[in-house]
Design a protein around this ligand. Sequence first.
Ligand code: ZN
Ligand code: ZN
Length: 277
Amino acid sequence: MEPLTIHLLGTGGGRHTMCTQRRKTAGIRLAHGGTQVHVDPGPGALVHSIYAGLTPMRLDGVIVTHCHPDHYTDAEVLIEAMTGGTTRRHGVLAAARSVLRGGDGIDPSVSRYHQGLAGRVEELVPGSRFEIGGISFEAIKAVHGDGDAVCLRLEAPGVGDLAYTSDTEAYPGLGEALRGCRLLVLGTMWPRGSPLKGHLCTDDALRLIKEAKPRCAVTTHFGIKLLNADPAKEAAWLVEESGVPVIPAVDGLTLTLDEKITARGPRKADEPMTIDA
Ligand SMILES: [Zn+2]
Ligand SMILES: [Zn+2]
């Protein structure tokens, strides 16, 4: 069984965290066997993936869930890297309609030129499915400021499936759509008692965990208010209320899914944490 590794290169979300870089906004790198996919490459994705030893020249896919800068700014440069500096058509660009075509007063955030460099382009609309290497993806409806935003579910053989909300509010039916995943990655912008239209606060995260019943959850994509409230305290409350293990992400956290789920912090001194889930 090939493990699936999830590198949380950036765990910041929203304008203020992005502009201050209080948490990085470099997105998520997935690695499975020889396949590498970068999800939501915001500002810093190029630099921090290289610093983490994850060269963008090895990419087979770039996924952009919606047309907001904390999710798309480095997409074009990663596409240039993925295509060997534009010398070969290679890899998949999978992106929301707004990213590819623009909409509602915004231009496409990946130029037509860069869209043309990828080996294949997939437009993400709820229900669309596609594969990159051995990983299967499905787009799920999101409700967010960008009306074309999507959440993702993905599955790799032998390691089960995981879901990533990106940016959405907890609309009725989302918990059902996320049900039964092994790992649920929740973009949690604001803390308890602070609902925010188009996003999840910690109370919404709890509702989704209770409805979706994942084996393990991760909170990430933190806004300033949540950082001020302390992601670790918010996650501890989620564990207490739900009984599900919840890991508050930090920049550089790596999660490996094989028989178990192992979380490794970015520093040598960080003790790996293994979850039997
Ligand atoms: Zn965001
Ligand atoms: Zn957004």
